[in-house]
Design a protein around this ligand. Sequence first.
Ligand SMILES: Nc1nc2c(ncn2[C@@H]2O[C@H](COP(=O)(O)OP(=O)(O)OP(=O)(O)O)[C@@H](O)[C@H]2O)c(=O)[nH]1
Ligand SMILES: [Mg+2]
Length: 196
Amino acid sequence: MIHLQKAEFLRSAADLSGLPRDGLPQIVFAGRSNVGKSSVINCLLGRKNLARTSSVPGKTANINLYAIDGQLYFTDLPGYGFAQVSQNERRRWGELMDRYFAGCRDIALGVLVVDLRHKPTTDDVAMASVFRQLSLPFVVCANKADKLGKTQLENCRNLVAETLDVAADRLILFSALKGMGKQELLTQIFAHIPNT
Ligand SMILES: Nc1nc2c(ncn2[C@@H]2O[C@H](COP(=O)(O)OP(=O)(O)OP(=O)(O)O)[C@@H](O)[C@H]2O)c(=O)[nH]1
Ligand SMILES: [Mg+2]
């Protein structure tokens, strides 16, 4: 049984050599820069500042790993789609992602974090196809739901689901700020971890 109690920052990996090789399952958090990937991780783990968050997008160019109860990892991928990033940085990001997804056998579930308020970008659609092409199960965590009113929620949920072509039960309305959707996402995560 996993309790999500002993969560610790393992390391920030600039390349594949920094990734764990113990075969433990990884829950992979992907998404545009500034959508709240690190905040979602903190929310799930009940920790204020384990994963570093920032109001300046495009800051984390490495893969950040969190070890949980010695049984699994949360993998915080560097955000994409930030306009002010140089061509070189963009290329480095793409190569790192290609190598990560080609080399990692331990991805148990992808969590594609998007901003519920906006139509998913072509980058988001591309990220969803990466999961699909590799036959990796993934859920969409539609974050920042606290910024929307009740009537907007449904419209935005439909737009996100349609654009990413995901079924309703694969999309979780989430607010890292308020804890909304936390149990639902944890349930999905636990369901994809072997032997628990
Ligand atoms: N209102 C609101 N703000 C949020 C929520 N989640 C994150 N934020 C804010 O969004 C900003 C970015 O959050 P991060 O968690 O650093 O985002 P990130 O995706 O990890 O960003 P990068 O690592 O730069 O790619 C911060 O200012 C957060 O406080 C949420 O659910 N609601
Ligand atoms: Mg982050």
